[in-house]
Design a protein around this ligand. Structure first.
Ligand SMILES: NC(=O)c1ccc[n+]([C@@H]2O[C@H](COP(=O)([O-])OP(=O)(O)OC[C@H]3O[C@@H](n4cnc5c(N)ncnc54)[C@H](O)[C@@H]3O)[C@@H](O)[C@H]2O)c1
Ligand SMILES: O=C(O)C[C@H](O)C(=O)O
Ligand SMILES: [Mg+2]
Length: 595
């Protein structure tokens, strides 16, 4: 009977079938309970309703152009055909699908102009994506062999543009979607994924994609891009990775009104309701794959910290924006100390101004303070003294204890009012004022505000007491960088140490002198953290392990490179696996000791 139930009987010739597919007003009629997978589609009224019996299940249907209806599968069809969770939650009519396709087709040129400096970036992404759909082995070979050219396409910055346009670009689904509508169903839905083993999940709720804000369900693009790097850099089996989108709505007013949007068109769930959805997702995936590692990606700050605290001692999980970014920043900060010709142990003397007090900024300050305190002996006074090396500036200026309604995450870094008074500063002082008064060694941006390090700020940094001041303009994608390397080097000269979150070209000064633009991106750590966790079998991911990974990345750079201002490896070294392997090994050996 079950064989019978999964048989496909074409209603008429293939030609007719395709013709009807186009005109179809799809309706579903449930068949008998025994033949529960029996699917009926009514075609034209003249032909009446004819049954279509599907041989296939689940993802195989979506990959079969004869039967795939994509987002037009109704909820009952999704349930009967094991498709639930394999498509974005909104059910579209075939007419809406065509409209979506046509809008996308017509706006290709406009979209490409919106984005990064490469006008063909989006077209390249489409070609690579089609290859990914057709032949995964070939896709990863092409990516690995040309990583320098295509990492910026499948990952930052182009992936940001892809997410912004995802509803139009959507062709074949990739990964799983769990929505607020799926409450109570996730434990069974998770079995719709075809792989029996999953090693790595990257999950987002789309609430803060790069520096582009709330992109709702379209944020799935970033999880796919991160997992591409897991495969390329850490050699994770592509059949064992799973990108996931948790769709709890969006607060993006444009998407709420966009008829082509693929996600839930309602405001985001909040509070306990939100947490219960994420709890259910975690329980479901860890029930089916108890050894999976879950990387949380691009959750807005309040949930990034909250969920990390909630799950970190129970599940194998980490937050890339909070913890991965912190590790990469620490490695870069230690590199900047060495570039001054000083030993790393001098790090606790660095004065660091951080613009941005979100998940990334606070993650960095937290970890950098711990690193300094450890270098100073890990006592309470070491911790106190480390705290005094940071000045944190957010959208409302310098954060001091006088701030009303201070974010609890930022509270430990609020400066004492009296102390900043002595430094010529006050609550809410502007970034320029802070840089002028403090004369920092390092100016680090995780604000998502493009151009924040204006000419005035850069001029102020000329007063730095360091022989080689450092700028980390870490916000993504390209247009959100706090400044470009050209802007920075033209004001501060060739002794500046510079890193940006998205890739930029080096700056040439003439006479062979180069201002190096390092890419300070968490991509240098997350694949190693995932691989190290997988190989070690560690039950959780501890601070000590992450610290070990950061130290490994810092030590990876040789003295002669660092003195030239090269503080991170090039992307081509990244892919040769030696970096990720050493991060993973170091993490494994020393991480377990710290742990
Ligand atoms: N390079 C990397 O590896 C990396 C990693 C993680 C995040 N990021 C980038 O960091 C940025 C921030 O991410 P997040 O999760 O912390 O975001 P977030 O929205 O949680 O935080 C942004 C912070 O910037 C502050 N801010 C806004 N305007 C400001 C201004 N004019 N001056 C100073 N501060 C200002 C906000 O008050 C907030 O504290 C994003 O662009 C993201 O792409 C980069
Ligand atoms: O995705 C990136 O390029 C880095 C980081 O995770 C970010 O959110 O910007
Ligand atoms: Mg991120």
């Amino acid at each position: 009977m079950s064989n019978f139930s999964s048989q496909l009987r074409l209603s008429s010739s293939l030609l007719k079938h395709l013709k009807h597919q186009i005109n179809a007003t799809s309706s579903t009629t449930s068949a008998s309970a025994a033949a529960m997978m029996f699917e009926r589609r009514s075609f034209t009224t003249t032909e009446g309703s004819r049954p279509t019996i599907v041989h296939k299940r689940s993802i195989d249907i979506l990959h079969d152009p004869w039967f795939n209806k994509g987002t037009a599968f109704s909820m009952t069809e999704r349930d009967r055909l094991d498709l639930r969770g394999l498509l974005p939650p909104t059910v579209m009519s075939s007419q809406q699908q065509i409209e979506r396709f046509m809008v996308d087709l017509k706006r290709l040129e406009v979209q490409a102009r919106d984005g990064p400096s490469d006008p063909n970036a989006l077209a390249k992404w489409r070609i690579l994506n089609r290859l990914h759909d057709r032949n995964e082995t070939m896709y990863y070979k092409v990516l690995i062999e040309n990583i320098e050219e295509y990492a910026p396409i499948v990952y930052t910055p182009t992936v940001g543009l892809v997410c912004q346009n995802y509803s139009g670009l959507f062709r074949r689904p990739r990964g799983m979607y769990f929505s607020a509508e799926d409450r109570g169903e996730m434990m069974s839905m998770v079995y719709n994924w075809p792989a029996d083993q999953v090693d790595m999940i990257v999950v987002t709720d789309g609430s803060r994609i790069l520096g582009l804000g709330d992109l709702g369900v379209q944020g799935i693009g970033i999880t796919i891009g991160k997992l591409d790097l897991y495969v390329a850099a850490a050699g994770i089996n592509p059949q064992r990775v799973l990108p996931v989108m948790i769709d709890v709505g969006t607060n993006n007013e444009r998407l709420l009104k966009d008829p082509l949007y693929l996600g839930l068109q309602e405001h985001r769930l909040d509070g306990e309701e939100y947490i219960s959805v994420v709890d259910e997702f975690m329980e479901a995936v860890f029930t089916r794959w108890p050894h999976v590692i879950v990387q949380f990606e691009d959750f807005q700050s309040k949930w990034a910290f909250n969920l990390l605290q909630r799950y970190r001692n129970t599940y194998r999980m980490f937050n890339d924006d909070v913890q991965g970014t912190a590790g990469v920043a620490i490695a870069g900060l230690l590199g900047a100390v060495r570039a001054q010709g000083k030993p790393m142990i001098d790090f606790p003397k660095q004065k660091i101004v951080v613009a941005g007090a979100g998940s990334a900024g606070i993650g960095v300050v937290n970890a950098a303070r711990k690193t300094m305190a450890r270098m100073l002996g890990n006592t309470e006074s070491a911790f106190e003294s480390a705290s005094s090396q940071f000045w944190v500036v957010d959208a409302n200026g310098l954060i001091t204890e006088e701030r009303t309604n201070i974010d609890p995450q930022a509270l430990p870094f609020a400066r004492k009012a009296k102390e900043v008074g002595h430094q010529g500063l006050r609550e809410g002082a502007s970034l320029v004022e802070v840089v002028q008064q403090i004369k920092p060694d390092v100016l680090l941006g995780l604000s998502a505000v493009g151009g924040l390090f204006s000419k005035e700020v850069l001029e102020a940094l000329k007063g730095s007491t360091s022989t080689r001041p450092a700028i980390f303009a870490m916000s993504n994608p390209t247009k959100n960088a706090e400044c470009t390397p050209e802007e920075a080097f033209s004001v501060l000269g060739d002794q500046l140490i510079f890193a940006s979150g998205s890739p930029f070209n080096d700056v040439k000064f003439g006479d062979g002198v180069i201002g190096h633009c390092n890419q300070g991106n968490n991509m240098y750590l997350f694949p190693g953290i995932g691989l190290g966790t997988l190989l070690s079998g560690s039950r959780i991911i501890s601070d000590g392990m992450l610290q070990a990974a950061a130290e490994c990345l810092a030590a990876y750079m040789k003295d002669d490179e660092v003195l030239k201002g090269i503080i991170y490896p090039s992307i081509s070294r990244y892919i040769r696996l030696d970096l990720t392997e050493s991060v993973a090994t170091f993490y494994l050996v020393f991480g377990l000791i710290y742990y």
